[in-house]
Design a protein around this ligand. Structure first.
Ligand SMILES: *Cc1c(COP(=O)(O)O)cnc(C)c1O
Length: 394
């Protein structure tokens, strides 16, 4: 079946006992075995079933099943946040002396976890610099290659198939953070990537009302991650949040269509505006990753980044916005705007920020599902305030 149908129906079974049409919120910490013998079989893994809420919950399971279907994966595991998913995967795969190679830029929290936490546990963390550098950088210690596409916040596009090919030839696992694209626009596993992850807090939930994370990939690895990440570390998604994710995913295709259409209009408008120095949007033919994006994405996403004249201009612009809310996060139905250099990426050394294009003049817009005409009117009045301040300061 088509993705839009699967978004609605996958993981959706009427409740066996009551016939409840929508998957109920199973708000329970533990599950009755029914008998001594069954308890023994459950713990031995001889019989499938729920044991304890940290390790599994039927509402959360329905969300995992939907994601399995949408990403075309063998298995998926849900977590309490995107960072819980990332750290569970790394904790499962890495040991002291191992190396993780990444393609920059990354979400600030991920880069911080790699550089501050993983290195403390004796894992080598290497920025490959480019896909072309990968073959010479990979070593026998390299256990995984990690990247995002489009990247946060600069919207750089990486060629999924090209990275997968290099990694497969060397027996290195590939992990892609698919938060910005979502399975509606890109399914990395179809391009040869091994593991996909999401901050489901963003487009998957879609309404900015809770946090979640999810990993999808080969069954054996996902089972190991479930044991490590949930049984040992405990970054478990709650039943209510699992329900919100399940509900959010049903409308993912519709929301993504609206996000993409709105972002395309906003990007075209901004690209024509004289006060905007540069627009980063993979849908613009001028974007260096446009051709690759056309090949591996079914649409160009809801994020648009712009470079303005100065940090001060960015501040005036952001303070002038009325419909866009100044806040981190993205992928909500409401439009959001951030200044990454002073917020999400503030803790990174400024040389690394500049190197990755996270400049002081960069503003990131997460275009919501409002009418694009209203969004453009809001951007216009905020850009006008910028030029008024410029005139006043002359
Ligand atoms: C937000 C985000 C994360 C972290 O996810 P949380 O749900 O906030 O823990 C990871 N990667 C990307 C691309 C993100 O935008």
């Amino acid at each position: 079946m088509k993705l839009r149908t699967r978004a609605v129906h996958a993981g959706h079974h009427p409740d066996a006992q009551t016939g409840a049409h929508v998957v109920p919120i199973y708000s329970t910490s533990t599950f009755a075995y029914g008998s001594f013998a069954r308890g023994e079989r459950l713990f031995a893994g001889e019989e499938p079933g729920y044991i304890y809420g940290r390790i599994g919950n039927p509402t959360v399971r329905a969300f995992e099943e939907k994601l399995v279907s949408l990403e075309g994966a063998q298995e998926a595991v849900a977590f309490a946040s995107g960072m819980a998913a990332i750290s569970a995967l790394c904790n499962t795969l890495l040991a002291p002396g191992d190396e993780i190679v990444y393609l920059a830029p990354l979400y600030g929290g991920t880069e911080g976890y790699f550089l501050e936490t993983l290195t403390r546990f004796g894992v080598r963390v290497t920025d490959a610099g480019s896909v072309e550098n990968l073959p010479s950088i990979l070593s026998p210690a390299t256990k995984l290659i990690y990247f995002e596409t489009p990247t946060n916040p600069t919207l750089r596009i990486y060629d999924l198939a090209a990275v997968a090919k290099i990694a497969r030839a060397r027996g290195v696992l590939t992990v892609v953070d698919n938060t910005f694209a979502t399975p509606y626009l890109t399914r990395p596993l179809e391009h040869g990537i091994d593991v996909v992850l999401h901050s489901a807090t963003k487009y998957i939930g879609g309404h900015g009302d809770c946090l979640a994370g999810v990993l999808a990939g080969p069954k054996e690895l996902m089972d190991a991650v479930r044991a490590e990440g949930l049984r040992h570390i405990g970054g478990t998604l709650g039943a209510f949040e699992g329900y919100l994710m399940l509900r959010g995913l049903k409308t993912l295709p519709l929301r993504m269509e609206a996000h993409c259409a709105g972002a395309a209009k906003v990007a075209e408008y901004l690209a024509r505006h004289p006060a905007v120095q540069r627009v980063h949007y993979p849908g613009l033919p001028s974007h260096p990753g446009h051709e690759v994006a056309r090949r591996q994405m079914q649409g160009f996403g809801g994020l648009v980044s712009v470079e303005l004249e100065s940090k001060q201009a960015a501040a005036v612009f952001l303070d002038g916005l009325k419909l866009f809310t100044q806040a981190v996060s993205l992928g909500d139905v409401e439009s959001l705007a951030t200044h990454p250099a002073s917020t999400t990426h503030q803790l990174l050394p400024s040389e690394i920020r500049e190197l990755h294009g996270v400049t002081d003049t960069l503003v990131r817009l997460s275009v919501g599902i409002e009418d694009p005409e209203d969004l453009i009117a809001d951007l216009e009045q905020a850009l006008n305030q910028m030029s008024l301040v410029r005139v006043a300061s002359r």
